[in-house]
Design a protein around this ligand. Structure first.
Ligand code: ATP
Ligand code: MG
Length: 613
């Protein structure tokens, strides 16, 4: 049998859009919202892309909607190519769906809930694990139906405590969320395989959006290891702190980032007699330090955690230097089980003077584990070659002590690993040793989290009873992964990355329109307007999306707005140029005036510029 090569096709060639400015809604303005901090937020409002309806709730106006459509199209292409199928789940979900996973409790106040006319409570989905797991329960019974990856692009609801920066942190926002289902972790059809293909799909998506991004290790999932990665747009406006080792390419969210080995020793002579100081009404470590005339780097900060599971040793105390931040995930690892910041009242009742706790408090108690960060576990100040001076709490309200000495104050318990451990329990910082290469150090940057991929394991399938029959006819829980992209957040991240003082600068892939044609006279039958419409037709036939600025406005107004909305190419049609059968061609972002291009060459010039030739 021979395979015939057909010349027939179902697809019609893609024709670009033509839109007249006066027939759409682009409410540009000089005023930026008073509460806007991020430049991308200001520009999106000023350029008429979004409008605030309420806290964290926005209209996506026509220009923004076109960008979101283009972004969604890229995401769909990459997800489909990775073998995922699109579907759509409801935004409303009955609260009963959370009965087994208890996520209505975990999500706390972030979960929007409403009561219907019959008194039944429904939640507005912050993410869809429960709904899709329930769906799989109804239709997947055998391993033969796996692996399977489903996704949707849907509105999500989270009652964020502080919605901010426009679309970067909304309460209603658009997310692409995907879920995968597997019999095995590894091997063909396993979770690892799909995780890797999602990883590639995300890398392709954000690359196609023209973003400068990092793929970083994120807080580990329930499986442990590096089972979670975030995609971060590298930019200062981001809320997340990222650390990198340029020698190895290792990069991680500060929530997760390890540090290389930091040497420690409790040995060192006392710097003086232990001295108690009255320190009333001082709210933080910096104020206490100023009052005591001690640098935060010479203070020990002791934070009290409680084990979440029952334990004979319910209290876990983390000690870091005063200028460092405790990392809860690391405390959990050091403690060998889940912990939460201690309830203040319970901690007080158990004898901890919250705010004034010192490592000494564990002496003589058998219900505490003390985990000391290596930088705090220092008896000698190596840099100065003498004993280390420490100040810390006095385990008494409104009091601190000076000249704390580890060996003198703690005694034998320091040598008992059942009660005292030295472990990395602080956030990594710039200058820390890299965990991946000797002699390399970590550098710090900020990022906007636009995507997150996660190996979930059996967390949801076990909680909700999603099982399949394996090849041995045994019933086993399904292994899951989940993968999110903040679609509306990505739109704004692109603007945060690509703009100048005058406005947005879109890359070809996401631009709402590729070419803005600006006739300087707009009477319907003027030569300028006729040229504009015929050029628009030719461009559209070549697949280019065109916006015609047919407003009867002064050139200055048109040019300012053109820069503000950020269309990649502006073609200005005026009498002088037209007399030479030319138009003015200007790329957004290029300085100065444009250049004259013959009308016959304009379509090619546009296509060359848009395709990067
Ligand atoms: P964040 O840490 O920023 O609150 P998250 O880790 O809780 O986000 P995920 O549950 O991982 O968010 O959601 C997947 C993606 O959805 C995120 O990577 C992010 O891009 C986007 N996203 C999450 N919350 C918001 C929000 N409030 N507004 C806009 N996008 C959001
Ligand atoms: Mg996340």
């Amino acid at each position: 049998m021979s395979t015939q090569t057909s010349t027939k096709t179902l697809a019609t060639p893609h024709r670009g859009a033509i839109q007249r400015w006066t027939q759409t809604f682009i409410p540009t303005s000089k005023e930026a919202p008073a509460d806007a901090e991020a430049i991308s937020h200001k520009l999106l409002v000023r350029a008429g892309y979004i409008r605030r309806v309420g806290a964290g709730i926005y209209d996506y106006l026509p220009l923004a909607w076109r960008v979101l459509q283009k972004l969604s199209a890229i995401i769909r292409e990459e997800m489909n190519a990775a073998g995922a199928s699109e579907m759509l789940m409801p935004a409303m979900e009955p609260i009963e769906l959370f009965a087994d996973t208890k996520r209505d409790v975990d999500y706390g106040n972030n979960l929007f809930k409403l009561t219907d006319r019959h008194g039944r409570v429904v939640a507005l989905a912050p993410t869809h694990e429960e709904i899709i797991t329930e769906l799989m329960k109804s239709g997947v019974t055998s391993y033969r139906q796996l692996p399977l990856t489903l996704y949707q692009i849907q509105t999500k609801y989270r009652d964020e405590f502080r919605p901010r920066s426009g679309l970067l942190r909304g309460r209603e926002f658009i997310m692409k969320d995907a879920y995968s289902f597997h019999l095995t972790l590894d091997g063909p059809g396993g979770l690892g395989e799909t995780y890797d293909s999602m990883d590639r799909a995300y890398t392709n998506t954000f690359t196609r959006c023209g973003l400068d991004f990092s793929r970083v290790e994120a807080e580990a999932g329930p499986i442990g290891g590096s089972a979670s990665h975030e995609f971060m747009v590298n930019c200062d406006a981001g809320e997340d702190v990222i650390l990198r080792c340029s020698a190895t390419g290792y990069a991680a969210n500060v929530e997760k980032c390890e540090t290389g080995e930091r040497p420690s020793s409790f040995d060192g002579d006392p710097t003086g007699d232990l001295e108690k100081v009255h320190t009333p009404n001082l709210p933080g470590i910096d104020e206490v330090g100023k009052f005591l005339k001690v640098k935060p780097g010479n203070m020990l900060k002791t934070v009290v955690f409680q084990r979440v599971d029952d334990s004979k040793q319910p209290w876990v105390l983390a000690v870091v230097r005063g200028d460092h931040d405790v990392n809860e995930g690391k405390v959990k690892n050091a403690a060998g089980g889940p912990v939460a910041l201690a309830d203040e009242a319970e901690a007080r009742a158990a004898g901890f003077s919250i705010g004034y706790v010192s490592p000494r408090v564990i002496v003589g108690r058998d219900d505490c584990l003390l985990v000391v960060d290596p930088d705090a576990a220092q008896g000698t100040d190596a840099a100065k070659g003498k004993s280390m001076f420490w100040a810390t709490g006095a385990d008494e309200v409104d009091h601190h002590v000076k000249h704390f000495n580890w060996r003198r104050e703690m005694g034998d318990v320091l040598n008992n690993s059942d009660y005292v451990k030295v472990a990395d329990v602080r956030n990594a910082m710039a200058g820390d040793p890299s965990p991946r290469a000797e002699d390399a150090i970590l550098e710090e940057g900020r990022g906007i989290e636009v995507g997150h991929i996660f190996k979930l394991g059996t967390k949801y399938s076990e909680a909700m009873g999603l099982t399949v029959l394996d090849p041995n006819q045994d019933r086993v829980p399904v292994i899951m992964g989940c993968y999110g992209i903040g679609v509306s957040r990505t739109l704004q991240a692109c603007v945060e990355m690509s703009h100048d003082d005058d406005g947005v600068i879109w890359p070809t892939a996401l631009a709402p329109y590729h070419v803005l044609i600006s006739p300087l006279k707009v009477e319907p039958d003027s030569d300028l307007m006729t040229t504009a419409t015929s050029l628009a037709d030719e461009l559209a036939a070549a697949g280019v999306d065109v916006l015609i600025d047919d407003r009867d406005e002064r050139p200055g107004v048109k040019f300012k707005d053109a820069d503000l909305i950020g269309i990649p190419i502006r073609l200005t049609i005026g009498d002088k140029a037209l007399a030479e059968s030319s138009v003015e061609f200007k790329r957004r972002g290029d300085a100065g005036k444009g250049s004259l291009v013959k009308i016959n060459d304009v379509v090619d010039a546009c296509l060359d510029a848009l395709t990067g030739d």
